[in-house]
Design a protein around this ligand. Structure first.
Ligand SMILES: [Ca+2]
Ligand SMILES: [Ca+2]
Ligand SMILES: [Ca+2]
Length: 501
């Protein structure tokens, strides 16, 4: 009996300890509201911190910082350009709460209650004078450290201006977010806009593996790369939108430099981005693999080559880069000028460019790409959208515009019959474009189901990737009547229609 009683006491003790551990692991909630005027200890909305930095300072692993609508800067000192929001291990920062200005402070919706992390510490940004950004934060936000597992959700990061020597030694990088030293944060439902840097106008990633889901990059500006990826990083982008970003040199959206690991882009849309030289959307210079599945590239432009993509892998004995494109749609990507051609590659301004890499392109559609001139290599089986330097890609079941043959004749290309590429507004690269397939499209049931890696479960709309037993070409699977219905759900509409949690 006594032995049984001891056993029960021991069990109760274990249960109590487990409970305490679980409570600690679950962490606490810390409230931040710019309009709070109570106790300012973060214990409730009424007593919320008014400064996000105060909340970060006291946060421990497992804590969740809830941030109300409003504008938050990394410092109150208008001259402290080095100040940054430094995310901590295991801490979540969640924006989009109504806060004290709302009837229900805990109600959350990122569309209606915008939480802005701003680099405009001198409070003079406007849409008129770009010089007003020169006094802004060099990095609005920073992640660093081994195993830095943290979450940033539902915030807008804007106004970072990384133009010179920063505290981290890499001058002019990551105006919105600087991510390095093996950090692995998850970013969900975040918007990067109006940020600038020499490398990585919005985001700089070095030796890290952040995961971006439902994020938007819009109207950022960079020397190269709205997102700059280097040094053995392997970021993942899923359901992301990249729109109207500009790079003066390479990579209007993403610039990859010697990152040996896998870079994944799934269900992403790239539209109206531009680069002054290479890769209107993406420019790579790598030894690893870039894998893109169910992505849409529309109306991106480059000055030299690769209206959509420019890929330059290195063949230095460690292995070539692999550029793996699966079920992607390219339309109206251009590289119309050729004022100052590079001298170390075969010159070829065109819709896309692959140079010195082993690429596999499967179930894709390239159409209405505009190149100023055709390839130097007359070879009718090479897509006009591409330039090939030392190697040709393996092209499997794709529709693409081919180069002229040896006789100069341009082979006919079947019209993929998209529903309405320009949409009602007559402009390419806007919300109303429709790249789903018309019922008579030759892209329907024309792909291969045998791919490496295997096909994903869903298409860009979230419909089953394989219908009628055979996968279609391009980013969208034909679903019958729904395929021509523009109100059908897709990632563009979902971005701002998603309700809060
Ligand atoms: Ca400013
Ligand atoms: Ca349109
Ligand atoms: Ca099908």
């Amino acid at each position: 009996m006594r032995r049984k009683a001891n056993h029960v006491r021991w069990l109760l003790c274990v249960v109590f300890l487990l409970g305490a551990v679980r409570t600690a692991a679950a962490g606490g909630v810390i409230y931040v509201d710019a309009s709070a005027a109570g106790g300012n200890d973060g214990s409730s909305w009424i007593d919320a911190f008014s400064d996000l930095q105060d909340a970060i300072a006291v946060a421990l692993t497992g804590d969740e910082i809830r941030v109300a609508q409003g504008i938050y800067t990394p410092t109150q000192d208008p001259l402290d350009r080095e100040a940054t929001f430094q995310l901590k291990d295991g801490v979540s920062i969640i924006g989009g709460y109504a806060g004290l200005a709302g009837m229900y402070p805990d109600f959350r919706h990122t569309k209606f209650f915008t939480t802005i992390l701003s680099g405009d510490i001198d409070h003079n940004d406007d849409n008129v004078d770009p010089n007003n950004k020169e006094g802004n934060s060099r990095n609005v936000m920073m992640f660093s450290g081994e195993d830095n597992v943290a979450i940033l959700e539902g915030v807008t990061i804007r106004g970072g201006y990384s133009d010179g020597t920063g505290i981290h030694g890499d001058s002019g990088a990551g105006g919105g977010l600087y991510c390095y030293h093996g950090c692995s944060p998850r970013l969900i439902d975040c918007i990067f806009t109006d940020n600038y840097a020499g490398g990585g106008g919005a985001v700089y990633i070095s030796a890290s593996h952040p995961v971006f889901t439902y994020c938007v990059w819009k109207d950022n500006y960079a020397g190269s790369g709205t997102v700059y990826i280097r040094s053995a990083s392997h970021p993942v982008f899923t359901n992301c939108l990249f729109e109207n970003n500009i790079a003066e040199y390479n990579g209007g959206v993403i610039n990859v430099s010697r990152s040996a690991y896998l870079i994944s882009l799934n269900h992403c849309v790239f539209r109206q981005n531009s680069a002054g030289r290479r890769g209107g959307a993406i420019s790579t210079d790598i030894m690893g693999e870039v894998r893109m599945v169910n992505c849409l590239f529309v109306a991106n432009t480059a000055g030299y080559s690769g209206g959509a993509i420019s890929c330059s892998g290195h063949n230095d004995g460690t292995g070539r880069s692999l550029f793996n494109l699966m079920n992607c749609t390219f339309y109206g990507n251009t590289s119309p000028t050729f004022a100052n051609p590079p001298t170390n590659t075969l010159k070829q301004p065109d819709g896309s460019r692959v140079y010195w890499s082993d690429s596999v392109i499967t179930n894709c559609v390239f159409y209405n790409s505009i190149a100023r001139e055709v390839s130097e290599i007359p070879f009718s089986e090479i897509p006009v959208s591409f330039e090939f330097g030392r190697s040709e890609p393996l092209i499997i079941t794709c529709i693409y515009e081919k180069q002229p043959g040896l006789d100069g004749a341009i082979p006919a290309t079947p019209d993929p019959q998209f529903v309405d590429p320009y949409g009602a507004d007559g402009t390419l690269g806007t919300d109303d474009d429709n790249f789903r397939l018309a019922p008579s499209s030759p892209a329907i049931d024309s792909g291969t189901n045998e791919t490496e890696p295997p096909l994903p479960a869903m298409d860009l709309d979230g419909n089953p990737r394989i219908l009628n037993d055979i996968v279609d070409l391009g980013a969208y699977e034909f679903t019958g009547v729904n395929s021509v219905d523009d109100t059908h759900h897709n990632i563009i509409n979902n971005f701002f229609e998603r309700t809060g949690k």
